[in-house]
Write a protein of this length. Sequence first.
Length: 248
Amino acid sequence: MLMQTKTALVTGAAAGIGESVARLFAEEGARVWLLDRDECRLRGVVDDLVKGGAAVSMCVADLCRADEVQRAIDGIHKEIASLDVLVNNVGIYPRLPFLEMTEQEWSRVLDVNLNTAYRCARLVIPRMVERRAGKVINISSVTFHHGAKNMTHYISAKGALIGFTRALAREVGEYNVHVNCITPGAIQGEGEARHVTPEEANAVLQFQSLQRRLTPIDVARACVFLATQWSDGMTGQTLNVDGGWIMH
């Protein structure tokens, strides 16, 4: 029960990494709010966790809409003075050649992968500062470190998220608010299956030092580390959870 007495908000929690993080946080004793715009899938995850005795609640909101973000976080703050942990996980990663990309497509990916983290942090961090305690975890991507074709908009957003992590950590560190980042590698799951074939997905093993596919739970475990006292000496850092693909 590493997170007993902790409160946490996880975005993009209806599936994939976000769902796994929320489930593990709840298993470790945290009071968790799961946020996603997919109400049907989110309700299924929350109902399953409630049946297992977890202390969880659902927040349905589109994080690309500032009014919906405000409503969701205001609702949480009516129940508790301040969150202990914020996990900015929501993201999309469509493939599209740069020369075929419209400005609208570029802006959409940056909004979902970068601006949503800003909107949540802007509303959550002030109360962390008041309490002089808090952990913010941003989910970026290992693609920032090695680059990839047909993902210019996505990698630009995820790289900016690392910069956001470092700059914000400098600003709020004096208030004992920690801001760190995780760069997942190729994570096995339904999100991956929408974009690549099984053969393409398994080909990533030639780049990894660990010869197994990574799953959302690998990222969730790193989030638990960054959300608890075990990482109290860290801020502004980026952890690769990529099976030993990139080393720095």
